[in-house]
Design a protein around this ligand. Structure first.
Ligand SMILES: [Zn+2]
Length: 201
């Protein structure tokens, strides 16, 4: 017996998300059907509908914004001489939690992984070039996970920045972060000390 098409379609939608297999997708759909009120499900659907409609990307730093401008770029008390490069927008939240860094951010939208098709042209590097050309930034911090992709991205960007802006200090998070680990899973103290003890490269 097949599921009715509406149920099957929703199962397929959930199953297409990362980390959710067919079984979990089925469990989620039947959970919603059985346990949630119509109002709650409609609110859930409404959130999904507005996600792509309302949320935009800041043309300067690449962070997600809700249309009323980028909070991070506009914050007057931030140190505008430092920019921390991160792979994904979510990484900003982890670094902000440490409350030790007060500079700006720049979201690259990934890390170099040529095998997976993530080549330099896929990264948000042009916007970074524009920011560096303004001349205010004195330090670029490589705020990546210590993975193979993170290391390749550091090597690539360091060369790129050095060629044009030899006066800009380039630093990286200290090696205290677990190798291959995710910023997401590092505790606040570890992240704080990784930022605090960043080393020049
Ligand atoms: Zn911004």
């Amino acid at each position: 017996m097949n599921h009715p098409p509406i149920i099957q379609n929703l199962i397929n939608n959930f199953a297409a998300l990362p980390g959710i297999g067919q079984k979990t997708a089925e469990r989620l759909v039947f959970y919603l059907l059985k346990n949630e009120s119509r109002e709650k499900i409609e609110a859930f659907g409404e959130n999904l509908l507005t996600l792509k409609k309302e949320i935009q990307t800041c043309p300067v730093c690449g962070n997600y914004t809700n249309g009323s401008g980028c909070q991070l770029c506009a914050e007057p008390k931030r140190d505008r001489t430092k920019v921390c490069l991160v792979a994904e927008a979510q990484d900003i939240l982890y670094l902000e939690k440490t409350a030790i860094y007060n500079g700006l951010y720049h979201v690259l939208n990934g890390l170099l992984a040529p095998v997976e098709g993530i080549t330099p042209d896929k990264l948000n590097v042009t916007a970074l070039g524009k920011r560096l050309a303004e001349g205010t930034i004195k330090e670029v911090i490589m705020g990546f996970n210590p993975t193979m992709e993170g290391e390749s991205t550091i090597i690539y960007l360091k060369k790129l920045i050095r060629e044009k802006y030899p006066q800009i200090k380039i630093t990286r998070l200290s090696r205290g972060l677990p190798m291959g680990g995710d910023l997401e899973y590092a505790d606040e103290i570890t992240l704080q000390s990784a930022m605090d003890n960043r080393t020049e490269i």
